[in-house]
Design a protein around this ligand. Structure first.
Ligand SMILES: NC(=O)c1ccc[n+]([C@@H]2O[C@H](COP(=O)([O-])OP(=O)(O)OC[C@H]3O[C@@H](n4cnc5c(N)ncnc54)[C@H](O)[C@@H]3O)[C@@H](O)[C@H]2O)c1
Length: 265
């Protein structure tokens, strides 16, 4: 546990914080003294994390970030409890929706883009209106290597993350004159799902640093972007991936093998 206390008296909203990377980020902000608004679409998960936040000051707010009405309720609850929002982490996303392009449909596209991209817009829009009025604030968007390199079977996901990085840059420009910084974090292969120890070791072999990442590997870099040390960083994408993106692609990187491609009769 860190001894740093860089977020005392600051209010941090983390979306999708009931599990995985979002949970680790929310816990790290709590450890550093923040008041944390733990959002998740899954209410039980959000509650469990809020109760376990190390610093102790947290509320759980269940909301689906793809719904404007629910996002409004999320920010209303944050402001009612803590009076403001200093940091927003747009982390909510769905990483389990791989489909071959030929088998994709409108519902698949709308769902993924709705959570991963529109959700970040809706939350950022509410947060930015609060932040610009006090001349300070930080928004951090969770991107993916898929923003700049394609994952097989993930056209909608990759499009959403490409949108996240473009939106990060464009929001950074629009909000810089108001003292609000906007950056993205680009996680690599992070173990946030069930996998046997042997499979994890096997999958980790494609990572230059030799292992899959953990949610905790993302917490420090994400929190850093919200600190005073990062005060001159805006519009940036911070890659936290053990070297995956700088590596030429190799055969074992495939997670969507040709055997899963649809057969054309
Ligand atoms: N795990 C990885 O390898 C990886 C790699 C690159 C990027 N990312 C990105 O990091 C973020 C977190 O991924 P993770 O692996 O920790 O995922 P995860 O599945 O472990 O956790 C995501 C959380 O978001 C919640 N959520 C889903 N839809 C939501 C909605 N509409 N509104 C609010 N909450 C919602 C889920 O209930 C879940 O608790 C995502 O944006 C993902 O795209 C993950």
């Amino acid at each position: 546990m860190t001894e740093l206390r860089r977020f005392v008296n600051q209010v941090v909203v983390v979306t999708g914080a009931g599990h995985g990377i979002g949970r680790a980020v929310a816990e790290r902000f709590g450890e550093e003294g923040a008041s944390v608004v733990v959002n998740d679409v899954d209410e039980a998960r959000a509650r469990e994390v809020a109760q376990a936040i190390p610093g102790g000051e947290a509320i759980a707010v269940a909301a689906d970030v793809s719904s404007k009405q629910q996002v409004d309720a999320l920010f209303d609850a944050a402001v009612a409890r803590y009076g403001t929002v200093d940091v927003l982490v747009n982390n909510a996303g769905n990483i389990h929706a791989a489909r071959h392009f030929l088998e994709g449909d409108e519902e698949w596209w709308d769902k993924l883009l709705g959570v991963n991209l529109k959700g970040a817009f809706l939350c950022s829009h509410r947060a930015a209106h609060i932040m610009v009025r006090k001349g300070s604030g930080v928004i951090i968007n969770m991107s993916s290597g898929g923003a700049t390199r394609a994952h097989r079977g993930n056209v909608a996901y990759d499009a959403s993350k490409g949108g996240i990085e473009a939106m990060t840059r464009a929001m950074a420009l629009d909000l810089a004159p108001y003292g609000v910084r906007v950056n993205a974090v680009v996680p690599g292969l992070i173990l946030t799902y069930d996998l046997s120890a042997e499979d994890a070791v096997e999958r980790g072999k494609v990572v230059p640093m030799g292992r899959l990442g953990t949610p905790e590997d993302l917490a420090g870099p994400t929190v850093f972007l919200a600190t005073e040390d990062a005060r001159y960083i805006t519009g940036a994408c911070l890659v936290v991936d053990g070297g995956v993106l700088v590596q030429q692609r190799s055969t074992p990187v495939d997670t969507f093998p040709l055997s899963r491609f649809p057969k054309i009769e």
